[in-house]
Design a protein around this ligand. Structure first.
Ligand code: ADP
Length: 452
């Protein structure tokens, strides 16, 4: 008697802990592009619950600026949960602009994951050349500018005032004397092995382009803990394919789902890219400004967004996005916890609009997206095609209805990114956002506090 053929359960070859959700989405999008079925878990995994069947599983935490002890505990718990599924590689995904404070959390979590995995060393490389992040002479550059001269200098939570990776990492790790810059040249494997043999614990290589980042990704597998941004992923995937831990052929991502219906864009990033995106969108569409100095900022923003939808808009952008002077002004009004308040308020806006039936969301900013995803109460996302490098479409089931989220790190995407996402995910494909008025404005009188 023949027995039914039962497919082997898919065990993840690659498990990644990411320090925020847009970072998780970014690396997950890169994995999906390489043909890996990829699941994204938003927030702390539930102990005892099975790891999803996928080629790669990414846990996106919200620990970039959490207190060190909390970040270490949550990253370790997530890593333990992932390691129970016996992946071939566990990686620690950090921001490609090394976002952290002198206390952490990149270094402390690296130390914790080294202890957990028993690996002798970590390869620390935030390169993502496709998005303009490269490491030269041990210094991190963003689109050709040293990190500390880039707009990251004025980040509201993690202002980056140095570009030298070894100097940034030193105050964060237990053994700063074992940080070593390595020259990998054409032989990254040998360079990694030699550095480890010489007792280095934290290896900092250069990665000036995609080829170098890929070679490092291939070389790190089985040798060191990857502490990386997305640039090393193609190499890691290639090494896993060669080792037979992944099928030699990937499965292309499905077409971008067209959900249609109303869409909400929630922007809390104050990065240069997001500021340009807000401005570009606002030239023709509805923008609700979250105003921190009002008595009840989220209630005012929710009411303004609802008025915009009632006036016929199919897409509304709610933004707290401000330039450095605006950020300073909110700090004066709200105090040092301004960022946390604003995140929380933007989450409230997202939850209210979801309760009204909005199923398409775009979020801009790592912490902002963390707040939005927590407020939407979604845990597991399927990762689809990327709409820009590092920005995939995420889909989930929310209370029995499909939900679509495009979550981008603040600095990703070109100026027309929001319009492009709406067009790509609209039911008609032509973009179901309201057409601009003949004079290029919107009937703002009808929508109160909305500026067009
Ligand atoms: P990015 O991806 O650019 O780092 P994040 O969302 O991670 O974006 O971080 C932006 C931080 O700035 C959040 O804490 C957010 O609440 C805060 N923020 C947003 N708007 C303002 C504002 N107008 N004033 C002060 N802080 C703000």
């Amino acid at each position: 008697m023949s027995r039914p053929i039962v497919a082997d359960p898919v065990v993840p070859a690659l498990a990644i802990v990411a320090d925020d959700i847009t970072g998780a989405a970014d690396v997950a999008g890169m994995l999906r592009r390489r043909g890996l079925r990829t699941a994204l878990i938003a927030g702390d995994p539930v102990p005892g619950r099975a790891v999803p069947e996928a080629d790669a599983v990414v846990v996106g935490l919200r620990i970039r600026t959490a207190p060190v002890a909390e970040a270490v505990e949550r990253a370790t718990a997530a890593a333990r949960w992932l390691l129970d599924a016996a992946p071939a590689v566990l990686a620690w995904k950090i921001c490609s602009t090394f976002d952290s404070t002198p206390a952490g959390n990149i270094g402390p979590v690296t130390d914790a994951l080294l202890a957990l995995t028993g690996l002798p060393a970590a390869l620390v490389c935030p390169a993502f050349p496709e998005n303009g992040r490269v490491v030269r002479d041990g210094r991190l550059f963003v689109h050709g500018v040293p990190l500390d001269e880039s707009p990251m200098r004025d980040h509201p939570l993690t202002p980056m005032r140095d570009a030298e990776l070894a100097r940034l990492l030193a105050p964060q790790v237990t053994e700063p004397g074992r940080i070593v810059r390595i020259d990998t040249g054409d032989h990254p494997r040998e360079a990694i092995e030699a550095a480890i043999a010489a007792d280095a614990r934290y290896l900092i290589p250069d990665a000036a382009d995609d080829a170098a980042a890929t070679a490092l990704g291939e070389a790190v597998v089985g040798r060191a803990l990857p502490v990386i941004a997305s640039g090393l992923i193609p190499g890691i995937v290639a090494a896993l394919r060669r080792a037979g831990r992944l099928p030699s052929e990937g499965i292309p991502p499905p077409a971008v789902p067209r959900l249609g219906g109303r869409a909400a864009i929630i922007a809390g990033s104050c990065s240069t890219a997001t500021r340009a995106q807000v401005e570009s969108f606002g030239a023709h569409h509805d923008v609700v400004r979250l105003q921190p100095d009002l008595a009840d900022p989220p209630a005012a923003a929710i009411a303004a967004a609802r008025r915009a939808f009632l006036a016929g808009s199919q897409a509304v952008l709610v933004a707290s996005t401000a330039d450095p002077a605006g950020v300073e002004a909110s700090r004066e009004t709200l105090g040092p916890e301004a960022g946390a308040w604003i995140e929380h308020w933007l989450g409230e806006v997202a939850a209210a609009l979801a309760a009204d039936g909005v199923r398409r969301f775009v979020s801009a900013g790592g912490e902002t997206t963390g707040a939005v995803v927590e407020a939407l109460n979604v845990r597991v996302f399927e990762v689809g095609a990327e709409l820009a490098p590092g920005v995939p479409v995420l889909t989930a089931d929310r209370g029995g209805a499909p939900l679509l989220l495009v979550a981008k790190s603040g600095n990703f995407g070109g100026p027309g990114f929001f319009e492009r996402v709406l067009e790509a995910t609209s039911a008609t494909g032509a973009g179901d956002i309201r057409a601009p008025m003949p004079d290029g404005g919107v009937p703002s009188a009808a929508v109160g506090a909305v500026d067009g």
